[in-house]
Write a protein of this length. Structure first.
Length: 162
C-alpha cells in the first residue's frame, strides 16, 4: 500500500504523535554520512535498536526496507560528487515504535519525491520501492517544512500483538 507523493500523514498516524521523535515513546536515530558503508551502518543500527526493543524477530523485513530507503537516499538525494565526503545535511535514519506500530523514516536533503521504477526482469535497479511496498504495511513520503530542506520517506510496520 504505497503512497507516493503523499503529504498528508494524519490517516496513517490515527491519533499517534507526529514524526517529532521527542514525542515518541521509543525512538532512535542516527546520522548516515554519504559514504558507501552507510547502508551497512544503517542495518547494524536497526539490528541493535530492534533487539533493544525486543523486536529482533522483525529484523529481516525491517532491515530490507531500511536498506532500500537508505540506498535510495544515497543514490538519488546526495549529489554524486559529495559521496565519500562530510557533506551536510547528511541522511538520517529514524526508528520510532509505538505499542502497535514501528516506523522507519529516512530523511535526506532532496526535495524530489521518490518514484517507483518499472524494472525489467534482468535489471539490477528499479525494484527498491516495490520491495518497500511488499515488505511494509504502508509507505509514503512528505517534504520537510520550516528551516529544514529535503524530505522524509517512511515505512510502517504493524507490530504483532502479544
Amino acid at each position: 500500500m504505497g503512497t507516493e507523493g503523499s503529504t498528508v500523514l494524519s490517516p496513517l498516524w490515527r491519533g499517534l504523535s507526529p514524526i517529532d521523535s521527542s514525542t515518541v515513546p521509543h525512538s532512535a536515530s542516527c546520522a548516515l554520512p554519504p559514504r558507501f558503508e552507510a547502508v551497512r551502518n544503517a542495518r547494524k543500527f536497526t539490528s541493535a535498536t530492534l533487539h533493544q526493543w525486543d523486536l529482533g524477530g522483525l529484523f529481516d523485513d525491517v532491515a530490507l526496507v531500511v536498506s532500500e530507503l537508505v540506498t535510495n537516499s544515497m543514490r538519488y538525494a546526495v549529489p554524486t560528487e559529495l559521496v565519500g565526503t562530510e557533506y551536510e545535511p547528511s541522511v538520517r535514519l529514524h526508528l520510532m515504535r509505538w505499542t502497535s506500530r514501528l516506523v522507519c523514516a529516512v530523511r535526506d536533503p532532496s526535495e524530489a519525491g521518490p518514484v517507483s521504477g518499472e524494472a525489467a526482469a534482468g535489471d539490477e535497479c528499479g525494484r527498491g520501492l516495490f520491495l518497500v511496498e511488499s515488505f511494509s504495511d504502508a509507505w509514503g513520503w512528505h517534504p520537510l517544512a520550516g528551516a529544514l530542506h529535503g524530505k522524509v520517506v517512511w515505512a510502517l510496520f504493524r507490530l504483532p500483538r502479544d
